[in-house]
Structures are given as structure tokens and as C-alpha cells.
Design a protein around this ligand. Structure first.
Ligand SMILES: [Zn+2]
Length: 110
């Protein structure tokens, strides 16, 4: 395990859980918060989820959650407002981060 991986894993355990912010409409804002997730909600329909890549590369990750999309993700929020995503997020370009988001916490796959 590299020092960088060890550090990001430790930080993820110590930092507060990520939360979910809701924006109205079918698109995400230009600027996403540093840690929290944003969901674009039009009426009662969730369209997409955005977050900054948790590896620190500053990339924006956008995930579709509408039923018609392919690929698509399931977004669940627990009673404390902590989001979970299914399946895992795997960036095919750039930093190639692969992680699960469960109850507002990132679980790295590598
Ligand atoms: Zn990254």
C-alpha cells in the first residue's frame, strides 16, 4: 500500500460523512462542493448526482440516476441524510479511481 492510499483511507475515516445537497432542475451547478454530493431534482424525479472525485484530482464526476439511463446508479439516502451509491464508481479516464460510496463514506477498491 502506498503512503498516498493509506493517507486517503485514514482521512476518509476521520472526516465527517459526506452529505447530499439538492438542487432544483435537471442539471448540476457548475461548481460542486468540495466533499458533499449534489443531486439535481426536477419535481420529484432525481436526474443526476455530482461529486468531486474523492482522490483529490479535482475532477467532476457526474452519474445519471434516472431509470432510463444506461449506465445508471441507484442513489439511497439514510435517515441521517447520508448518501449511498450503487454500483461502485469507476473512472475509466484520468485518475481511474474506483470506489464505493456508502452512508456518506468512500470505500476505495484498490
Ligand atoms: Zn480522481
Amino acid at each position: 500500500m502506498t503512503l498516498r492510499r493509506w493517507w486517503r483511507g485514514l482521512w476518509e475515516r476521520l472526516a465527517p460523512a459526506r452529505r447530499l445537497r439538492v438542487v432544483e432542475g435537471d442539471s448540476l451547478p457548475q461548481a460542486l462542493p468540495w466533499r458533499d454530493l449534489v443531486v439535481a431534482r426536477d419535481g420529484d424525479e432525481d436526474w443526476c448526482v455530482g461529486l468531486r472525485c474523492p482522490c483529490g484530482c479535482r475532477s467532476t464526476i457526474e452519474l445519471l440516476v434516472i431509470p432510463e439511463a444506461k449506465p445508471r446508479w441507484d442513489l439511497a439516502v439514510d435517515a441521517k441524510g447520508r448518501p449511498s451509491l450503487s454500483p461502485s464508481v469507476w473512472r475509466k479516464t484520468g485518475c481511474r479511481s474506483h470506489f464505493w460510496l456508502r452512508s456518506g463514506r468512500v470505500h476505495w477498491c484498490d
